[in-house]
Design a protein around this ligand. Structure first.
Ligand code: ZN
Ligand code: ZN
Length: 371
């Protein structure tokens, strides 16, 4: 058993809240961070049948992709479907957590799972909504303390560049200072200019962990007032955004690609627009309702675009652009992430000895039936 807050933290590590779009409503939507959690159900939508299943099978937390509460409410009428569902959740103490556009966007989230189902490689985000701000840190340390300070700031999260950790550069120089009246200097005496051989350490870190890095630096540094500077950089290492663009290792006919997409995705919604006579190779996608990025996909040279919720005039526009457009359904393009969510939490459960149960919902069906 664990506290709900622990699951919230783990979810934040997988799909950080800062990746959510401004209009979104993510995080803990019902319940308390302090409540106990034994059994988690992951799902796409918090429907009444999911709530009934959670009650019947003793789940105390639901982690969904679509936010259960989205629009603001002025009254909770328990005769209406939403009010009735809120009442059921509260009376059975079931917490509800949503990871929506942050889960679409994050590495390994909805769009990456969809891309994997379509056998795409060399993936990049189709849109950029978040660029990690990188800061550069330079600090002067007495030589004997250089190792300890460098290790402390790297342990706090500095020095990561792509697949490399502990990245830093250092050189030796002369530091000068004069301790004034009220100083308690680690080296030197009052009113006497000191010259000390010091090591300069330089590294980088993401702006969001600045407080942690500076705290570690100040703790490991022996000086009363360490000399350090933090400089903004234009470096970009991590970019996140909605949608993906990638390629098929082996180009295929549109008819073959369409068949593969249909076989690999769940749901009952499937139709497509032929936009060109080329073999399918460069494919863009956006899970859910992502047709708004069709022009972007075309501009980036995609021959085919996969999404859901396509309308008539949008389909016509794909033909005008000369890009194939596959509508594999909102459900079909997003349901696969439910299993990924459960697998992630199951691994966290084992790794951190939470001793809870995590299950992926497999009962949900596409709301549409195709005849
Ligand atoms: Zn989504
Ligand atoms: Zn969606």
């Amino acid at each position: 058993m664990i506290k709900c807050q622990v699951v919230m933290n783990a979810m934040d590590a997988f799909a950080p809240r800062y990746l959510a779009e401004d209009w979104d409503n993510v995080g803990l939507l019902i319940g308390s961070p302090a409540q106990n959690v034994h059994k988690i159900l992951t799902c796409l939508d918090v429907t009444e049948s999911i709530i009934d299943k959670a009650i019947a099978e003793g789940y105390d937390m639901i982690v969904s992709h679509h936010p259960f509460l989205f629009r603001s409410m002025k009254r909770i009428n328990t005769d209406k479907p939403l009010g009735r569902m809120i009442q059921k959740l509260l009376s059975h103490n079931i917490a509800v957590f949503a990871a929506h556009t942050n889960l679409d966007t994050t590495f390994g989230g909805v769009n990456d799972v969809l891309a994997q189902k379509l056998n795409l490689t060399d993936l990049k985000p189709l849109t950029i909504s978040y660029r990690e701000e990188i800061l550069k840190l330079g600090v002067n340390v007495p030589n004997d303390y250089a190792d300890a300070v460098r290790q402390a700031i790297c342990k706090a999260g500095a020095g990561f560049i792509d697949n490399y950790s502990d990245c830093s550069f250092q050189f030796v120089g002369e530091g000068r200072f004069t301790p004034l009246e009220n100083a308690t200097p680690f080296i030197g005496t009052q009113d006497k200019n000191e010259v000390v051989t010091e090591t300069r350490i330089e590294t980088i870190f993401p702006a969001k962990i600045k407080n942690r890095v500076i705290k570690a630096l100040l703790k490991a540094h022996p000086y009363e007032v360490p000399a350090y500077d933090i400089i903004p950089t234009q470096n970009v290492y991590h970019e996140n955004g909605l949608g993906r663009i990638g390629k098929l290792q082996i180009p295929m006919l549109l008819t073959e690609f369409v068949k593969m997409v249909k076989e690999n995705l769940p749901g009952d919604t499937f139709r497509f627009v032929k936009g060109n006579d080329k073999l399918v190779q460069k494919v863009a996608l956006c899970s859910g309702a992502g047709v708004e990025f069709l022009d972007k996909a075309s501009m980036q040279g995609a021959d085919t675009y996969v999404t859901g919720d396509v309308k008539y005039h949008e389909a016509q526009h794909a033909q005008e652009l000369g890009i194939n457009l596959i509508d594999a359904g909102h459900f079909g393009t997003e349901m696969p992430v439910v299993k990924t969510l459960a697998t992630y939490l199951q691994n966290e459960n084992i790794k951190n000895k939470w001793q809870i149960e995590v299950t992926a919902d497999t009962s949900a069906q596409d709301v549409f039936t195709t005849i």
